[in-house]
Ligand binder design. Structure first.
Ligand code: HEM
Length: 892
């Protein structure tokens, strides 16, 4: 009996074990997400797609092409792969428009676990933190200003330019030795990028520059030149200073971990090796020393930023002051941010340059067009047989150069994909995506570099539908989508035939997009433009032998070309004027005249463009709440414009001037001074607002009001101006004497000018002004308030219709979370100026009162914002609110 029971018990145990094993296997088996294609085989294996993926990585040393190949295999813009046992699948998306929506607008997506790879090395750096993490916000507030246009143009970019110039010298020396044979410039490019990032971060004495070491090494080298002209010259490697060596070692460890199936564990194991411990110690000492040097500058009273480190420590001092604590210049967050720059910055930039050298070599037409465009843009440099200076390069707008940079980045795919994690259940291309899913947006396949996969617009998420005009960019033509063709980024203005650069011509994910896109994009683009401009200016890149011209890549920190050979080029360092104007493109001088912009405020479609970006030419959606106050102010009498002072002769003279008007310029010279009278308002005419962040998108031409009023730059507290978020909203140009925070605009036309254009221009100017006022009004507030009042005004005058129109502009809160604020125009009384003297006096009175009012509002908000920086706000506001703002409280 006992035996029977024990045999039953044994059997039961076996069955139970089998059930447990079966259940465990089922739990471990991949769980496909409904409706999204996947490898059927993989779904039946506990290891899912891992064996296939690892096999691919072993063969090719990269992972990204495997991910993209799945799109082609399943013929679907969305696929899933099972690469983590017992976890959610990764979802791979190659539809550019769904990707743009996810990155730009979808709040349910944020930073992914992929960045945890670097968390072991730089735990306090912001790139692996969620956007909601308080540490992320704090770090960003320490470093944001480093990417402000002024900081880049005055501190970082000049250092980058110097590094590129030294690189050119190294390449020149190598060309001279190689005498027509190929050689690899890849290391030199990497070293120059490291020099650039270190010199802008910390300031780099010549003795520490690797590129200078490289130059010395070449000059001392006893050449060993192969007799075969196709065999590459092997130059000796440079003696890499200890600190750079440490950075290269640390960055390499990320490469090793990212291809591992257990990256975080592998990273930890690697960091236990003595060589890694040594590299980390060298890095820590170096950054500490640089922080000590910058802190000593601050202690000696030097507050003018000399390097990124100096500037970040100044910012830490300022934040500490606000928070009532002692500054901590040596905190881990600061040193990790600097190591983060070095790692994120040098390899990506150098890789893009290395790919670019190959692409320009293999596309001699594009190379020549770039050279012609550069020569046309810098005639003085050409005449003086020198390279363009930093000042010349940084000011120039050369559409073909912008186009080459974008096209190189499109093909280079330096960072193989952009990834986001779903923070809640959501939908992608019509499929349910559970919370926690990693979504990989790949940009090396369909829709980017290969013909698109057909995706019905209705399956896209609402913000990604092309039919609803919500997408950021156009799409590429499938016919030549894989070709290297910088021209795809250019477009010709129909009216002027001017060629402009169009950054939204088609999809591009080189820097990611949206709030977590590349932090260093501005600096990287500036550096790449200078690289390609100077390399093309100095050298003619000749074809390399086919066996050195492959396009295979290897995954390191970035996706690097395996072969990058420089064909010992014919130097054109002292170029002769080429005279080889391209027949397909307008001449470079024509291109240089153009700007990067494309949607002109003069075009009839501009009204729709404004509406598409929540800027309305009427007050149908919202009227300014203080309209009655404004109307009352317009009628206030002015002694200088009483009928006793403004004589009939004055009226007749005005009529005569108006009758002789032909052009816009005539209005500005003849009529505008009469309208303005004498006053002390700071005003300028006809300047392009080059520095303002686009209020619609980058395709729109920047505002260029005929007349605008603003404040003096010095009136705004330095801390406000240095704030990277505020600067591009209130400072319209780079000139220190041009008014800032403009909130009054006048637009005029010649006799036959189109009044509809005037109105659109006023609306556009006014929206920019309203944004500036709103930004100052809300400075220092956690949540912005939208009080419904107008603090910005515009006026238009048309000599043909002899009418003066006045408008008020105000913002209202975004209609939905994630959208932008809305801007409304409210009509104020208009004036026909020619009927009689009284009519002219009334019109001029209203015009001058409006300018005065704009000045009061502007000055009031500036005072309040300045007060915030000194924590004076509440008592200060009560005491100092100008009369006009006080009165408004009664109206509001
Ligand atoms: C050609 C050069 C570069 C390329 C192609 C590149 C590309 C990228 C990409 C694709 C991302 C991820 C974006 C996303 O997830 O949406 C990124 C992030 C980042 N990049 Fe770059 N990058 C370049 C240069 C630089 C430079 C020069 C710096 C620093 C000075 C930098 C700093 C960063 C940082 C800090 C992040 C993380 C941002 C965040 O998490 O919010 N990058 N970069």
């Amino acid at each position: 009996m006992g035996t029977v029971f024990s045999s039953i018990g044994g059997n039961l145990l076996v069955v139970l074990l089998a059930v447990v094993l079966y259940m465990a296997r089922r739990a471990m088996l991949p769980k496909p997400l409904a409706g999204i294609p996947y490898n059927r085989d993989a779904a039946n294996k506990m290891l899912g797609d891992i064996p296939e993926m690892v096999g691919y990585i072993m063969r090719t040393k990269r992972i990204f092409c495997w991910l993209t190949s799945l799109t082609a295999r399943h013929q679907s813009a969305i696929t899933q792969v099972f690469v983590k046992p017992a976890s959610l699948p990764w979802v791979v998306v190659t539809d550019p428009f769904e990707a743009q929506d996810i990155l730009l607008r979808r709040k349910e997506f944020d930073r992914t676990l992929f960045y945890e790879l670097i968390g072991g090395i730089i735990p306090e750096q912001h790139s692996h933190m969620l956007s909601s993490d308080a540490r992320f916000k704090y770090n960003r507030s320490l470093i944001n200003h480093l990417m402000a246009p002024t900081f880049i143009s005055q501190v970082s970019a000049p250092e980058v330019y110097k590094s590129i110039c030294t690189l050119i010298k190294v390449l020149q020396a190598k060309c001279d030795i190689a005498k027509g044979r190929p050689f690899s410039p890849h290391h030199d490019i990497v070293y120059a990028a490291l020099d650039a990032i270190f010199s802008s971060s910390f300031g780099l004495p010549e003795a520490e520059s690797i590129t200078i070491h490289g130059l010395e090494a070449v000059s001392q080298w006893k050449p060993d030149i192969p007799s075969n002209m196709d065999v590459p010259v092997k130059f000796p490697d440079t003696n890499v200073p200890e600190m750079f060596d440490a950075i290269l070692t640390i960055a390499d460890s990320v490469k090793d971990t990212q291809l591992s199936p257990a990256p975080i564990l592998s990273g930890w194991v690697l960091r236990q090796f003595p060589y890694m411990k040594k590299a980390i110690a060298i890095k820590d000492n170096y950054i500490r020393k640089k922080a000590e040097e910058a802190a000593a500058l601050i202690e000696s009273g030097d507050y003018e930023p000399r390097s990124a480190m100096h500037s970040v420590l100044l910012r830490e001092r300022e934040l500490a002051g606000k928070e009532g604590r002692r500054p901590d210049y040596y905190k881990r967050a600061i040193s990790d941010e600097f190591l983060g720059f070095a790692m994120a910055g040098y390899d990506t930039s150098a890789t893009a340059t290395a790919w670019g050298v190959k692409m320009l070599t293999d596309n001699p037409n594009a190379q020549e067009k770039l050279r012609v465009a550069l020569r046309d843009a810098f005639p003085q440099a050409l005449k003086e047989r020198r390279a363009p200076s930093y000042q010349e390069l940084s000011k120039a707008h050369i559409p073909y150069l912008d186009a080459v940079v974008e096209e190189v980045l499109r093909h280079a795919n330096a960072i193989g994909f952009v990834a986001r994690k779903a923070l809640e259940d959501t939908t992608v291309l019509g499929h349910h995506i559970p919370k926690g899913t990693e979504v990989l947006l790949v940009a090396n396949g369909a829709g980017y570099l290969e013909p698109s996969i057909n995706v019905p617009d209705t399956t896209r998420s609402p913000g990604a539908r092309r039919g609803e005009g919500k997408t950021l960019t156009g799409s590429w033509d499938d016919k030549d989508i894989g070709a290297f063709r910088p021209e795809r980024w250019l477009k010709t203005e129909p009216a002027s035939s001017i060629v402009t650069f169009d950054p939204t011509a088609g999809p591009q994910l080189a820097f990611g997009l949206g709030p977590r896109s590349c932090f260093g994009k501005r600096l990287a683009l500036q550096a790449l433009k200078m690289q390609f401009a100077l390399i093309t200016w100095h050298f003619k890149l000749l074809p390399t032998p086919p066996e050195l011209s492959g396009y295979d890549a290897v995954q390191k920190f970035a996706r690097e070309p395996i072969q990058c050979y420089y064909p010992s080029p014919a130097s054109v360092a002292a170029p002769e004027p080429s005279g080889t104007q391209s027949t397909e493109l307008p001449s470079g001088s024509e291109m240089a005249k153009s700007t990067r912009l494309s949607t002109s405020s003069r075009g009839a479609d501009f009204e729709q463009h404004l509406i598409d970006h929540n800027i309305y030419l009427d007050n149908n959606k919202s009227s300014a709440l203080n309209i009655q106050y404004i109307r009352d102010r317009l009628r206030r009498s002015r002694p200088s414009l009483s009928l006793s002072r403004f004589s009939n002769e004055d009226f007749q003279a005005f009529k005569r001037s108006n009758a002789t008007i032909a052009s816009e310029d005539d209005v500005v010279v003849e009529i505008v001074p009469v309208m303005c009278g004498t006053n002390k308002i700071l005003s300028k005419r006809n300047l392009l607002f080059t520095e303002l962040e686009p209020i619609t998108d980058e395709t729109a031409s920047k505002p260029k009001p005929d007349v605008f009023d603003g404040a003096c730059l010095d009136d705004i507290d330095k801390r406000i101006r240095a704030d990277e978020h505020i600067y591009p909203l209130i400072i319209p140009t780079k000139h220190v004497h041009v008014p800032v925070a403009p909130n009054f605009f006048l637009e005029v036309k010649g006799q036959s000018g189109d009044p509809a254009i005037l109105m659109r221009q006023a609306c556009y100017d006014g929206a920019n002004g309203a944004r500036a006022m709103h930004c100052l009004q809300n400075y220092g507030r956690e949540e912005p308030i939208y009080d419904g009042n107008a603090y910005t005004f515009s006026a238009t005058y048309h000599p043909g219709t002899r009418t003066l129109a006045l408008y008020a502009h105000h913002p209202t809160a975004p209609a939905s979370s994630g959208s932008k604020p809305e801007y409304h125009l409210t009509d104020l009384p208009g004036y026909y100026l020619m009927s009689d003297r009284q009519a002219l006096v009334d019109g001029l009175t209203a015009f001058r009162n409006l300018r005065d009012m704009a000045q009061e509002f502007r000055d009031g908000f500036i005072r309040v914002a300045n007060a915030h920086t000194q924590n004076l706000v509440l008592p200060y506001i009560r005491k100092n609110t100008p009369e006009s703002l006080q009165t408004m409280l009664a109206y509001g």
